[in-house]
Design a binder for this molecule. Structure first.
Ligand code: DQA
Length: 146
């Protein structure tokens, strides 16, 4: 089982940015926790982050070509703006779980709409950094069901 965890714009600033919304953990801490979880659960995990829409799209295509088993995607603000990332998800045959650290539905109105949601396998929002592990669990369970 091979999974990609993809973080979008500004998520490299975790631990420094809007701590009341996103907590105090850094991206490096989050990724190392997820890598440890992957080792325990015996699956392959790669973690990537980019502030650039095109780079995220290239990585989604690559994941499709490599026939990965799943993607955990926090597209950051691109969630609410990017038809191009939505189309990239639709263009690959890999289940994508959309995650958000904060609960986007109790924040500003512009965060309530997701271009990703209709093409994602599911969405997990509002449980802090646990959303990533919850999404990995969902992909593991989905894989076990076959
Ligand atoms: C976010 C929520 C988005 O609205 C925001 O633009 C982010 C982070 C989250 O993880 O809660 O950058 O995706």
């Amino acid at each position: 089982m091979r999974i990609l965890c993809l973080n979008g714009p500004n998520l490299n600033r975790l631990g420094k940015r809007e701590k009341e919304a996103y907590g105090t953990f850094t991206l490096a801490e989050l990724e190392s926790e997820l890598m440890q979880f992957a080792e325990q659960q015996n699956f392959e995990l790669a973690c990537r982050q980019s502030n650039h829409e095109g780079e995220l799209i290239d990585w989604l295509h690559e994941a499709g070509d490599d026939k990965l088993d799943g993607i955990v995607l926090n597209a950051g603000a691109y969630t609410h703006t990017s038809i191009a990332i939505r189309d990239a998800i639709a263009a690959i045959n890999v289940p994508v779980i959309e995650v958000h650290i904060s609960n986007v539905y109790n924040r500003e109105e512009f965060r309530h709409h997701s271009y990703m949601a209709p093409v994602a396998a599911g969405q997990i929002t509002g449980f802090g950094k646990d959303v990533y592990k919850l999404a990995l669990h969902a992909l593991l369970m989905r894989n076990q069901r076959g």
